[in-house]
Design a protein around this ligand. Structure first.
Ligand code: B12
Ligand code: SF4
Length: 432
């Protein structure tokens, strides 16, 4: 059978449309189907958008996040419904909605069911996938299935674990992958890495160090493999184990993306983050001591956040010399506790999923207006990535950070160009 899998494009002016890193879901599923003898092609629209009218396929599989759901449904409408299957995080959280556009929707991890669905052996309208228990049994993702994807890619995503033992109130991860932390063996990962020819690797696990013992084993391998230049996502807790950080540095970790989330301790509590500001400060110092750069991730707009919190966040990032930052606006992703709470309080004013990308305010904050939150976050973001700050880094010979800041500057400028009118707020009648 001919199967086409599609990752819909990011919305206009979404910072992420510039990053051509594919979601691994379609690649894993495509690899499994190819190994079963099917002809598979994957389209990642941020890289290549085909002429859909010319596509002859038996099955169209579409992978949707909340932010890309509208585009996913638009693509689905171009095909007869009996050919379309939809999966991905958003489809897993609101399967009934996705079902309106597809013959079948898969909730959760689909590796165990995709073959049977394609062969017509599983016909349920909503199919519940089971979490893959032994991740070592998965094939290595075949990125050559993605049309137009240049190999070796500048950066290759590698997933070594699924799930996260925490349950932060704004996060979709545990709703999708559960709280049981499952991980691949170091040997299995080593074999995949041997075939990766990219200079840069992004371990896209949500919590790379959740099990320090297995992380250590993996790091030992990386030291021996002399793999350089990789980044990962960790919590501040990782910094409590200094020898683990030392090993990460020796193994080639150049950037840690850390979920700091807030510099307001009340907000940290409300997010159920189970981390303190002291731990954040300690983590920054410890990673920097090991010469690992930090991409600090913040989420603004909790019920205890006001205008000052936004600027406190910027000052904090500058004072502690965080290398790059991401300032997201709290987004009520379906299925999360934040969604349930805001929905109960009738504070969500937009259901346009394309705005659910962490860069558009879609609910009424408590201590400031929606417009104020949006503008202040943007202004603070723009300040961090200002030309002046970039020049300062350049003069101090911090070329890599200066380059990244310049990129950040362009991204914020693009955002402003596309969104200056804030049409979605005007449409909802939100003027103040
Ligand atoms: C790598 C990554 C990125 C990369 C690349 C993403 C991309 N190409 O879109 C970057 C850094 C650019 C990024 C950006 C963003 N991301 Co991101 N990202 C991830 C991360 C860490 C890994 C993705 C991955 O490969 N997962 C592993 C694979 C195996 O899982 P999967 O793709 O979901 O596939 C499985 C199932 O969903 C299903 N499935 C998937 N597709 C299909 C298709 C069919 C037909 C079927 C049947 C089944 C099926 O089967 C697959 C195998 O089990 C996830 C967290 C996570 N653990 O998934 C967050 C995650 C996907 N990101 C998220 C978010 C919010 C974003 C951003 C909006 C901003 C932000 N806050 O970071 C942007 C939006 C990007 C966009 N496209 O518009 C959320 C999405 C939540 C939601 N409800 O949509 C997640 C879940 C993280 C979170 N904390 O909640 N991201
Ligand atoms: S934000 Fe990070 S620590 Fe919290 S539940 Fe999500 S993945 Fe886990």
């Amino acid at each position: 059978m001919k199967i086409v899998l599609i990752e819909p494009g990011s919305t206009i002016a979404n910072v992420y449309s510039k990053i051509s890193m594919p979601l691994l879901g379609p690649v894993y599923l495509g690899t499994i189907l190819k190994n079963q003898g099917h002809e598979v092609e994957i389209y990642k629209e941020d890289i290549y958008t085909p002429d859909y009218a010319g596509i002859k396929a038996d099955i169209i599989g579409i992978s949707i996040l909340t932010a890309t759901a509208n585009r996913g449904y638009e693509i689905a409408r171009k095909f007869p419904k009996e050919k379309v299957i939809i999966g991905g995080v958003h489809a897993s959280l609101v399967p009934q909605e996705a079902r309106r556009f597809a013959r079948q929707v898969v909730v959760g991890e689909a590796e165990g069911v995709i073959g049977d669905i394609v062969n017509g052996e599983v016909r349920d309208e909503i199919v519940y996938g089971k979490p893959v228990e032994n991740l070592d049994l998965l094939p290595y993702p075949d990125f050559s299935l993605i049309k137009g994807y240049r190999l070796p890619a500048f950066i290759t995503p590698v997933l070594t674990s699924r799930g996260c033992p925490f349950d932060c109130s704004f996060c979709s991860v545990t709703k999708m992958f559960g709280r049981t932390y499952r991980f691949r063996s170091a040997e299995n990962i080593r074999k995949e890495l041997l075939a990766v020819r990219s200079k840069n690797i992004f371990f896209c696990d949500d919590n790379f160090t959740a099990n320090p013992k297995r992380t250590r084993q993996l790091l030992e391998f990386l030291v021996r493999m002399k793999k350089r230049h990789w980044a990962c996502q960790v919590r501040c807790d990782a910094a409590k184990d200094e020898s683990l950080l030392a090993l990460m540095a020796r193994a080639g970790c150049n950037t840690a993306c850390i979920g700091f989330e807030s510099v307001n301790h009340k907000t940290l509590e409300a997010y159920d983050k189970k981390q303190t500001i002291e731990e954040i400060i300690h983590a920054i110092g410890s990673f920097h001591k090991k010469k690992i750069k930090i991409h600090g991730m913040f989420v603004l707009g909790g019920d205890d956040d006001d205008k000052k919190t936004v600027w406190d966040t910027l000052r904090f990032a500058v004072r502690h010399k965080i290398d790059t930052i991401q300032m997201m606006i709290l987004t009520p992703l379906p299925g999360t506790k934040v969604y349930e709470e805001l929905e109960k309080q009738k504070r969500i004013f937009s259901r346009d999923w394309s705005l659910y990308d962490g860069q558009h305010i879609v609910f009424a904050p408590k201590l400031l207006s929606a417009r104020e939150l949006q503008m202040n976050v943007l202004k603070a973001y723009a300040r961090f990535y200002s030309v002046y700050n970039t020049l300062v880094l350049f003069v101090r010979l911090h070329f890599r950070n200066a380059f990244l800041r310049l990129m950040g500057h362009k991204i914020v400028k693009d955002w402003l160009r596309h969104n200056r009118s804030m049409r979605w707020l005007a449409q909802e009648g939100i003027f103040s």
